[in-house]
Design a protein around this ligand. Sequence first.
Ligand SMILES: C=C(O[C@@H]1C=C(C(=O)O)C=C[C@H]1O)C(=O)O
Length: 354
Amino acid sequence: MNIDNIRKQIDRIDQQILNLLNERMELVKEIGQLKRTSNAAIYRPERERAILERLTKSSSGRLSQQAIEAIYLEIFAVSRNIELPEKVAYLGPEGSFTHQAAEARFGALSDYIPLRSIQSVFESVVTKRARFGIIPIENNQEGIVSESIKLMSENEVHIVAEVPMPIHLAFASLEDRISQIRKIYSKDIAFRQCSRFLDDYFSDQVELIPVESTSTAARLASKEKGSAAVCANIAAKMYDLPVLFENIEDSGDNYTRFLIISHDFKNDRSGEDKTTVLAQISAEPGSLATFLQEFHQANINLTKIESYPAKKGKTFHYQFLLEFDGHIDDSHVKPIMEKHADIIKWLGSYPKLC
Ligand SMILES: C=C(O[C@@H]1C=C(C(=O)O)C=C[C@H]1O)C(=O)O
């Protein structure tokens, strides 16, 4: 068969896909109306996850699990916008990795608000200027983002979902030959993370210029011949800057975990959930051990425990961020949460992705 014939078939299939998508969106719109009458949340990560699992299991064609997810996450994002366009605040600037995480979950069409600090993201969620906020919580190379945890303890917000994202750096430039590049812009930490690539490909004559963000780097490089940027793919795309090399970072397993937060939110159980809480434990000897022992006895699998500094009046208390498998409504989780309601702040139960 020749290309023209094959393309005719593709055109016919695209038309069918589009008709089906329109049919799907009519149903989505109906669900949106029902949710509005009961004031229910539009975003249901546990339902989306169930759909993805079912489709991946039943698929017998060429599409990998990642491909199915990429296509469907975009469909879900469009669906939610049809139900109700919702504002999503994220730690900016545009083209940052947090922006990339936001787009991975809310698609290209959502109403995004890039903000200058993690604190402003919390503020926009608490004051309901935004329905969702996206913040980084930890990076496997740099550790926990303590500002995010502090703000979780001070504000009434809940975790809706987690977004684990591999952090890949791209090398982008208007030049098509690297011998023409004299200057490279990026953020200092990004230079550090791909020092091996830079050493291997560039001599000392090439100037490395640190700027405030990797997306600023992409913007500068998109305007200047003879320059390049080390940045996120999304930033290169935003400034129409061709990517010459992908994944230039030294370590292949650099990932950041982002959290989606909202003011008033509780997910239903998905069957495989994770719960995050903050606990304030008295400084008396043995109290932490006794507390943790109770989780063990309740058959709760603790997956993370991080202490963070906090002082209450003059007495020093130990504050902990705890994560464990399970949902706050699970019968083995509920009793321990109720028993310790005075020292535990529940932050959210959401589908476990990492
Ligand atoms: C349509 C719904 O709303 C949203 C969109 C979904 C979809 O496109 O299938 C699934 C879950 C929700 O995030 C729903 O709750 O079923």
